[in-house]
Design a protein around this ligand. Structure first.
Ligand SMILES: [Zn+2]
Length: 208
């Protein structure tokens, strides 16, 4: 059993064998760890449904950050000169990422366009074309400049899925170093998207 901070308990593994789609729709905690997240050099993701982090167990997010829009405790932060709303618990993490990115920009000022017009931090909504709650609902995610990004849903044609990316390695490294996962590591790529998921980057949470 897994006991969450709000006092509720859930089986870690519900014992059901699920397809990828079923894991997305009805995950247990075990499912959320079923695709290992790997850092390191950026590489095209070609294995179908290799989407580490897209399987989310909503009760964990609800317990950690709030189960309704009103419950999500959002604060204003300044991030690389832009005003953003993020969850109070994660504000210090955003600040650490900002410091890393400031150092990156000092070395490579030409990368600034990737880090302007960032947004989508706090937005209580569903994922596009689904009934599933977006990770943006909890104020723990950020989207970089859309015009420098690739999203599988926007590709034409949408099928077959063909990974594409132009987000630079040093930007990805800065976020991952602070516990964010990146949507560019997904077969269903969303390269503007970074999401605070320290459990997926913690070796202690990795299955053998
Ligand atoms: Zn996003």
């Amino acid at each position: 059993m897994a006991r969450l901070p709000d006092g509720k308990s859930y089986p870690f593994d519900d014992g059901r064998a699920k397809s990828f789609e079923e894991k997305l729709e009805a995950a247990d905690l075990e499912d959320t760890f079923s695709i290992p997240y790997r850092t390191g050099p950026i590489a095209p993701v070609t294995r179908e449904n290799e989407d580490p982090g897209r399987i989310r167990f909503d009760p964990l997010f609800h317990a950690a950050y709030g189960a309704t829009q009103e419950q999500v405790d959002v604060v204003d932060i300044t991030f690389l000169g832009q005003k953003l709303k993020v969850h109070r618990k994660v504000a210090p993490v955003f600040s650490r990422v900002e410091k890393r990115l400031e150092a990156v920009l000092k070395q490579e000022p030409s990368l600034r366009p990737y880090l302007t017009k960032v947004g989508g931090t706090f937005n209580w909504r569903n994922i596009a074309n689904t009934n599933r709650q977006s990770a943006h609902s909890y104020g723990v995610s950020i989207d970089l400049n859309v015009t420098r990004s690739h999203y599988w849903e926007w590709a034409k044609p949408k099928h077959p899925v063909k990974w594409a990316n132009q987000i630079p390695q040093v930007i990805v490294d800065a976020f991952e170093a602070e516990g964010f996962i990146w949507g560019g590591r997904w077969y269903h790529y969303d390269t503007m998207h970074f999401e605070y998921r320290p459990e997926l980057l913690d070796p202690a949470c990795r299955a053998e």
